[in-house]
Design a protein around this ligand. Structure first.
Ligand SMILES: [Zn+2]
Length: 455
């Protein structure tokens, strides 16, 4: 099929090889070269078409964006100038993860941008198919996209419309591609200036962009909103708690999904309303991602023998070798040693107040490090807090199926596919009041990290 791009055309469908539209008589090849096949999108700025480049021997596919503008006179001159200027900018964006601008031209008083077609699926479509993203997937989204934003911002450009629908996962290869720069929308907004057209998607837009002052950090904000939407599946409108003026995304994490304190901190800082509180650049976020988790809150563990004399080499080796079950057993053993109790003794809530912070941190950091944030006491504590310290909900979240069972009857999964926070298990807990012991461990962990912070 050949699709007529004339805005007023009543019957735009034409046969494959026609040169002129049978309905309105306009040429069907744009620039004598690009044949539109069908319309794939329509927005405030105009229409998008899937097209073929008839000049290329393989007639490769491309995307045509038609900018619609009602401007006249001085306004039109401004729009034309902006269009040309921005086409030059877009042309400078030569990056593997940005669709290449293939052509830009004006024809029949319409502006056109021709772009490389990215085969694949947007994250919005991916979300529709498979549901919420895990924390690991969100790390990957951040790590994949931040370098692209770094590149875009270094060219004094701002994307202005980052959202799941504008992030494509390319097939094959799986890398993420940032599509649909807000440039086209910006031009149209200029044409419609006095009608108050906004560029971008309100749900994902930073406060300063809403007021018409987009800066590079506005893209970072939208990326943060994208992440919390993908993590929770809740519309950003509902994730923002207007009464307390904060993003309440943690309250909506599905059961079994935890977010490490490190990732949580990064998301929170991306989502700051005040520009001064937010990350200033993509580079700054990448540095935070690559830094030691929570650098300000705890000293990095640089010893495998604690001051109490407990040797953690064996635990480290087992975790590094992904021998989760043996590591779980050894975790119980080192916990006993840290409290100077015989290996195999049960631990009770009252004992956690004197649990040496250094030992607790070493155990926690080793689990966190070798499971890439999937297991560990910190993760368990985070989930416990997310569940409002409701022990039943906590057990459901981490996949401990019987809240009141003893370790002997508990069915555990010793694999990285287990729910987040599943391990270390509660092997160590004595008596029947498991909820009390877990609460005490969580409280001790919080104290330990805070004590280090005061240091
Ligand atoms: Zn026509």
């Amino acid at each position: 099929m050949s699709f007529c791009t004339n805005l007023g055309c009543l019957h735009p469908q034409n046969p494959d090889t026609s040169q002129f539209c049978a309905s309105c008589g306009k040429p069907l090849l744009l620039k004598d070269r690009y044949r539109s096949l069908h319309q794939i999108g329509r927005g405030g700025f105009g229409r998008t078409f899937l097209a073929v480049d008839e000049h290329l021997p393989n007639k490769s596919k491309c995307v045509i964006k038609q900018l619609c503008y009602p401007a006249t006179g001085e306004n039109l001159r401004r729009v034309v100038q902006l269009f040309r200027q921005e086409a030059v900018h877009l042309n400078e964006l030569q990056h593997r993860q940005i669709p290449q601008l293939l052509a830009h031209f004006e024809q029949e008083q319409q502006f056109y941008l021709v772009e490389e077609l990215i085969p694949g699926q947007s994250l919005a479509q991916e979300f529709q198919e498979k549901g919420v993203f895990s924390a690991t997937e969100i790390w990957q989204v951040l790590k994949d996209l931040l370098p692209v934003l770094q590149f875009v911002h270094s060219r004094q450009l701002i994307h202005r419309d980052i959202k799941p629908g504008n992030i494509m996962r390319r097939y094959p290869g799986q890398d993420l591609v940032l599509i649909d720069f807000g440039v086209a929308k910006q031009i149209t907004a200029t044409a419609f200036l006095h009608t108050g057209t906004t560029i971008g998607s309100p749900e994902y837009m930073s406060p300063e962009q809403t007021r018409g002052k987009a800066v590079p950090a506005s893209d970072l904000y939208s990326l943060g909103v994208t992440c919390i939407y993908l993590l929770t599946g809740i519309s950003p409108f509902d994730l923002f708690d207007v009464t307390s003026d904060r993003w309440a995304w943690r309250d909506y994490l599905p059961g079994g999904h935890g977010v490490s304190p490190h990732l949580g901190e990064i998301l929170d800082k991306l989502l700051q309303n005040a520009l001064s509180q937010r990350y200033q650049s993509a580079t700054e976020v990448l540095q935070a991602i690559n830094s030691d988790p929570q650098p300000a809150r705890k000293k990095p563990v640089n010893t495998l023998i604690s001051e109490t004399g407990v040797d953690y080499h064996q635990l480290r080796d087992l975790l590094a070798g992904k021998k989760w079950q043996q590591a779980d057993q050894v975790t119980w053993a080192v916990m006993c040693q840290a409290l100077s109790k015989p290996v195999g003794s049960y631990l009770f809530s009252s004992e956690f107040q004197r649990f040496p912070c250094e030992d607790l941190q070493i155990i926690d950091e080793l689990w966190t490090k070798y499971s890439q944030g999937h297991f560990g006491f910190s993760m368990q504590r985070q989930i416990y807090e997310n569940c409002d310290r409701d022990f039943g909900r906590f057990c459901a979240a981490v996949g401990w199926n019987i809240p009141h069972s003893t370790a002997l009857t508990q069915k555990l999964t010793f694999h990285i596919s287990a729910p987040t926070g599943h391990l270390p298990s509660h092997l160590w807990a004595g008596g029947t009041q498991l909820w009390r012991h877990i609460g005490a461990l969580a409280a001790r962990l919080a104290t330990c990290y805070d004590v280090v912070e005061i240091d």
